[in-house]
Design a protein around this ligand. Structure first.
Ligand SMILES: NC(=O)c1ccc[n+]([C@@H]2O[C@H](COP(=O)([O-])OP(=O)(O)OC[C@H]3O[C@@H](n4cnc5c(N)ncnc54)[C@H](OP(=O)(O)O)[C@@H]3O)[C@@H](O)[C@H]2O)c1
Length: 345
């Protein structure tokens, strides 16, 4: 009897350990160039304050990324402006050295910043990125915005097609496997499709229950472009230290779905993105939430449940750089009182 109890306890312990340490097998999307993108990515933007991009302390982000690799994340989203490329790259290199992954198992997305839109500047930015990550290539290089600015943040009239052609060169040089766009509107994407020699394989835009981006997603999908959704939690979480109007974690629509599927409201929202074929890129530096956010591939929402979440749409953007709205390539609708440019103050 006693030895049976012991055996059961050991089995339970092993089962718990198995559940805790289980590596989630994330599905992938085939992109236009034949390469594959994992269906969830880890966001690594840590915020912005008076000193610029908030940087990670004591290698916190590096440790989050190594842990993320252990639980199954294979896709990381960074950008030159986030100041996180070094730690993301360091974590990937550590895991390669440990033999946990090979370079080709990981998908690294990064972005060209607006100060480097001129043809000759793109290669400088690309090499800086590779230098920071310590990797030979990135998987996806996105144009962060269609907007070019000079070093002092005055507006530059560099045509984003000039930038795109330089990014095409980066593919040819082997510095990036694929190229894509971020924060482009439909007309701007259409122009890249018409005038480019390489089609953008991905489009990264803000998508959450308050901005469902139905039209832009349908357009991208029809063109075979994979959509990545940033700020996936929308109003569910605090932003810029503030609460914003819109659904919260205790919203009845989300909590009832969470109850039905045995998930959290955060997981329901991430799954809503996956069920719309959007790659969510949730950011977290919390080990528990890291596991929670990737644990969304064992259930599926019904059509009417997706529709219920769509009903939260109010076309609300949290990333609205209205200080650039007089730029000829500003992608969004203009607003009456633009905010002062934080890059110039
Ligand atoms: N292309 C662009 O212009 C652009 C713009 C914005 C963002 N992005 C990318 O998208 C990524 C994600 O966007 P985001 O950082 O704006 O917003 P987000 O991922 O929607 O929200 C991040 C916030 O949610 C919290 N959080 C994470 N998981 C949670 C969970 N399961 N339950 C409760 N709270 C949770 C995080 O806190 P903890 O860390 O404490 O968990 C953090 O405060 C960025 O990191 C960046 O890579 C791209």
């Amino acid at each position: 009897m006693r030895s049976n109890m012991c055996r059961i306890s050991i089995l339970l312990l092993l089962a718990c350990y198995g559940a805790m340490s289980a590596v989630v097998d994330v599905p992938k999307y085939k992109m236009l160039d034949g390469r594959e993108m994992p269906a969830i990515g880890l966001g690594t933007y840590l915020g912005f304050d008076k000193g610029g991009a908030v940087t990670s302390k004591d290698k916190q982000l590096r440790n989050v990324v190594t842990e993320a690799i252990d639980v199954g994340y294979r896709h990381f989203d960074t950008a030159a402006i986030y100041n996180t490329e070094s730690e993301v790259g360091e974590a990937i290199r550590m895991k390669i050295e440990e033999g946990v992954i090979k370079r080709e198992d990981v998908f690294l997305t990064t972005k060209l910043w607006n100060t480097h839109h001129k043809r000759e500047e793109v290669i400088i930015a690309m090499k800086e990125t590779l230098n920071k990550t310590g990797l030979d290539y990135v998987d996806l290089f996105l144009m962060h915005w269609p907007i070019g600015v000079n070093a002092d943040y005055t507006h530059s009239d560099t045509d984003f097609m000039e930038t795109w052609h330089a990014m095409e060169d980066m593919v040819k040089l082997g510095f990036t496997k694929s190229i894509g766009l971020s924060n482009f509107n439909k007309m701007q994407i259409q122009r890249v499709l018409n005038e480019g020699t390489i089609k953008p394989v991905a489009l990264q835009i803000e998508v959450h229950p308050q901005i469902i981006q139905e039209e832009l997603i349908a357009f991208a999908k029809a063109e075979g472009i994979v959509v990545m959704g940033y700020s996936p939690f929308g109003s569910l979480v605090m932003r810029f230290g503030m609460e914003f109007p819109g659904p919260k974690m205790d919203d009845p629509v989300l909590t009832s779905l969470a109850q039905k599927y045995g998930k959290t409201p955060a997981q329901i929202v991430l799954r809503w993105l996956v069920d719309r074929n959007v790659v969510p890129i949730p950011k977290t530096v919390n080990p528990k939430r890291l596991r929670e956010n990737i644990n969304i591939f064992d259930f599926k929402l019904e059509e009417d449940e997706i529709e219920k979440i769509n009903q939260f749409d109010s076309n609300t953007r949290y990333t609205l750089p209205s200080f650039w709205q007089t730029h000829p390539y500003y992608p969004f609708e203009q607003i009456p009182n633009p905010i002062p440019d934080p890059f110039r103050s």
